[in-house]
Design a protein around this ligand. Structure first.
Ligand code: ZN
Length: 58
C-alpha cells in the first residue's frame, strides 16, 4: 500500500480488473473502480491509502 501525502493526481490500476483510472491522491474520499466497483482506497485518520497499484504519478 502506498500512502500519498503530496496530493497529486495518480494513475492507478485496479488489482481485480486491471482498469486504469486517474484519481486525486489527497482526496479523503473512497474511490471505487469504475469498471468492477472494487474499493481502491482506504481512509484512515484523514489520510488516503491506495490499495491499487500506482502506475504513474502525474
Ligand atoms: Zn476494477
Amino acid at each position: 500500500m502506498i500512502e500519498n501525502k503530496k496530493g497529486r493526481f495518480l494513475e492507478i490500476v485496479c488489482p481485480r480488473c486491471k482498469n486504469a483510472q486517474i484519481v486525486f491522491g489527497k482526496s479523503a474520499t473512497r474511490i471505487k473502480c469504475v469498471r468492477c466497483n472494487k474499493l481502491l482506497t482506504k481512509v484512515t485518520g484523514g489520510k488516503t491509502k491506495i490499495k491499487a497499484m500506482v502506475k504513474k504519478v502525474l
